[in-house]
Design a protein around this ligand. Structure first.
Ligand code: ADP
Length: 634
């Protein structure tokens, strides 16, 4: 906006400063060109007029010389007083004058006295007048062709005079024959032109003029000598000979000058301090005259004005176009700058966002690392918890296990005591039978210990194909004496249903579920624990159903929460179901609980199905060993 204003101001200043300069220069140049054209035109007109005048005057030049050859003139000059001769010459001159079309033709004697004249019969006859003061006479009497221009003293008319000496046979000059040509008709023949035409004599007196009031005035003031000479010669008797009121003369090209005439001599139509003319001259050496043309300068004003209007118009167009161009250029530059600014802003924004994103990214990465660390710690904690829960379960189991081991130990002792007695009695076959019983009992004890070892082992985290039935049997075996007296039903249509699991953790889960069921059925009259397995697509589901009172209403939503228990302190940690739930989820399975309408709780675990039996998969420990004889375990 600021620049726009600057442009406008610059353009305005340029217009204000340059326009007058341009107009002035245009005016000067156009005037010069137009004046040159005017000068050329005037020069050709002037040449035409001047040569016309010269021809018109010069054609009479030979006439006096021709007349001088007439012997009758010399005869009269020798006999000036003879009236008959005079009369004859008067008439002859009158005739010649009429034929030649000259103003006057007259004969002067040696003293300048007129002896005969063509106007002898006219109102102002020259006869008897003396013209010895006229230069033409003086030139002629000296033997040369006399030329002169003057205002006639008798006629008062402007005339051009030619005079030639009249000689006798011996060549002596007896007088002069003179011819006067009137200038007035020649002047009248000058047709009207816009240019003023004048003709001056050798000293600058205007003899002929297209303006009457300029006649007998001078182009420059005459010197006193000139004035007295003119007076003596009676050249322009009665004329003022005042100079034209030329106030300024300035050269204009070759042979021309500009002159300014004041009001006095200028036409009435002009205004101001006078009129300016272009003055050109054409000297006519032969006849001693100079023809001048004065072309009014004002005639070029129209052209100058026109050129100035055109120049102003063109200048304003150029200024306008320049202004528009500057404006457009400014607009383009501003748009470019705005674009650049937007681009820079955008780039800045992108950089800022990138930085923010990088920060967020770094934060996220740190958070992820933190989470991974937490997860790792959690998993470790969980593993520790699992182990802790398992140890707790072991603690609970230890009583049963102790019982489990005490019973065979007692039996071994009985068999051994019996064997000692039988050995003393030398009843060897019975001793052998007792020893066989002892061997069988120790094998079962070893089996119990093996299962315990398996349970106590740290989980491997690696899934393998495990025989579900074997896992259930192992868990039941671990429960030992706790399930004595309970009715156990195992419904497994897919006898060798195999699941992908870590056998240790699966066993831990089953021990938890069985333990919970046994706890629930503690008060039940006819406790019954059932295992129902079925294949569901690529999963195997195992339901652990008890005949207890079912999950208490208040506990239903919390049974899988860690540390949630309804049991007496010391009876339960509230971790069993929570750990089992997580174990199954880790193994790609699930654990859910519900109460059965006919009573009792049903816990359903699912696990991914392993390849069918017979495949290369290794069975769980229980599977490898096969289910132990239930009676033996009890
Ligand atoms: P704990 O056995 O140490 O209490 P658990 O996580 O194994 O911890 O069990 C949480 C609770 O779920 C039990 O306290 C009990 O109230 C309920 N529960 C678990 N199993 C059964 C079941 N078979 N019948 C009824 N309630 C059950």
């Amino acid at each position: 906006m600021f620049k726009l204003k600057t442009h406008t101001a610059v353009m305005a200043i340029a217009a204000v400063v340059l326009l007058p300069l341009l107009l002035w220069q245009t005016a000067v140049w156009t005037e010069r060109v137009a004046l040159r054209r005017v000068a050329e035109q005037a020069a050709s007109t002037l040449a035409l007029y001047a040569t016309g005048l010269q021809e018109a005057v010069s054609k009479y030049e030979a006439l006096p010389r021709l007349l001088a050859r007439d012997p009758t003139l010399a005869d009269l000059l020798r006999n000036p007083d003879d009236p008959a001769r005079r009369d004859r010459i008067n008439r002859a001159l009158e005739e010649v004058n009429a034929i030649a079309g000259t103003a006057d033709t007259y004969l002067l004697d040696r003293g300048g006295l007129t002896l005969a004249a063509s106007n002898w019969n006219g109102p102002t006859p020259f006869v008897g007048r003396n013209y010895s003061y006229r230069p033409y006479f003086q030139q002629a009497i000296r033997g040369r062709l006399g030329r002169y221009v003057a205002l006639g003293t008798a006629s008062g008319k402007r005339g051009y005079y030619f005079a030639y000496p009249v000689r006798d046979r011996g060549g002596a000059r007896l007088g002069a024959i003179t011819v006067k040509v009137l200038l007035e008709p020649l002047e009248a023949a000058w047709p009207g032109t816009p240019d003023r035409m004048i003709a001056t004599d050798s000293v600058g007196v205007i003899l002929m003029s297209s303006r009457d009031d300029w006649r007998y005035r001078t182009l420059a003031p005459l010197s006193p000598d000139e004035l007295s000479r003119i007076k003596a010669q009676q050249q322009y008797t009665g004329a003022s000979l005042a100079p034209l009121p030329i106030t300024l003369r300035r050269a204009f090209g070759a042979g021309a000058e500009r002159v300014a005439l004041t009001e006095e001599a200028a036409p009435a139509s002009t205004t101001g301090g006078g009129e300016t003319f272009l003055l050109q001259s054409f000297p006519l050496q032969d006849i001693g005259l100079t023809v001048w043309s004065l072309s009014p300068v004002r005639q070029v004003r129209g052209a100058v004005t026109q050129a100035m209007v055109l120049a102003a118009f063109g200048f304003l167009i150029v200024i306008g176009l320049t202004w528009i161009w500057l404006q457009r250029r400014q607009a383009i530059r501003e748009r470019f700058e705005t674009d650049e600014r937007h681009k820079a802003e955008l780039e800045g924004e992108v950089a800022a966002r990138t930085r923010a994103l990088q920060t967020v990214n770094a934060d996220l990465r740190a958070e992820v690392a933190e989470r991974q660390k937490t997860e790792r710690e959690l998993r470790e904690t969980q593993a520790e918890l699992v182990q802790a829960a398992k140890m707790a379960a072991l603690g609970q189991l230890s009583a049963g296990i102790g019982h489990e081991l005490n019973q065979p130990l007692g039996a071994i002792r009985s068999y051994a005591d019996n064997a000692k007695v039988l050995l003393q009695r030398d009843r060897l076959p019975e001793v052998e039978s007792n020893l066989t019983q002892i061997s069988g009992i120790t094998a079962r004890m070893a089996e119990i210990i093996r299962r315990l070892k398996t349970f106590a082992r740290k989980p491997s985290h690696e899934a393998e194909a495990v025989c579900l039935r074997g896992a259930v049997d192992d868990a039941l075996a671990l429960m030992g004496s706790r399930i004595d007296g309970e009715r156990i039903e195992i419904a497994m249509p897919a006898e060798d249903a195999r699941v992908l699991a870590d056998p240790v953790r699966l066993q831990q889960t089953l021990v938890n579920l069985i333990g919970n069921a046994l706890d629930a059925m503690a008060e039940t009259e006819a406790p019954c624990l059932r295992f129902v397995a079925e294949t569901r697509g690529d999963q195997v589901a195992l339901q652990v159903i008890d005949s207890g009172p079912g999950i208490a209403e208040a506990a239903r939503d919390h049974v899988f929460d860690p540390f949630y228990t309804t049991k007496e302190p010391g009876q339960g940690l509230g971790l069993g179901l929570s750990i089992s739930y997580n174990i199954l989820r880790d193994l790609g399975g699930s654990l859910s609980a519900r109460n059965r309408p006919e009573g009792g709780a049903c816990f359903t675990l699912t696990l991914p199905r392993a390849e069918p039996a017979g495949a290369s998969a290794r069975g769980g420990d229980g599977a490898d060993l096969g289910p132990p004889p239930r009676e033996a375990v009890r």
